[in-house]
Ligand binder design. Sequence first.
Ligand SMILES: [Cu+2]
Length: 143
Amino acid sequence: MTRRPALAAAATALALLTGCAGTAPSDAGAPASGAPSASSAATTAPEASVAAPSTPAGRVLEVRISGGRVTGDTGRVPVALGEQVTLTVTSDAADELHVHGYDRAAGLVPGTPATVRFPADVPGVFEVELHETGTVLLSLQVG
Ligand SMILES: [Cu+2]
């Protein structure tokens, strides 16, 4: 609130445009070719999950935002390449969650946990941020 709202809004709008477009990996064409195999893997998933109950969720990350304060799995979080990531975010304010690079988004409803799940199949460091406040919750370090 110490900064001018108009400036903050402009900066956020800019971040929406440059941040999101800019973080789209240039090799986005590569994962597209892998999509068919991913869907076929999902088809066989039910039987596999029954056979291997010891790995139900892969990497589980949890972040909470309260009064603008971020707690939980913050900072740089190392994730093994190919590991299933389950990220649950609970905020006391409405916002939009965005996982850069993987381009996963979820609307945050105050007090209601929002979960995004995806396989960490692209190596690199990707920020997870909130679009309304521009807060970076954590950085996924995949590799
Ligand atoms: Cu974003």
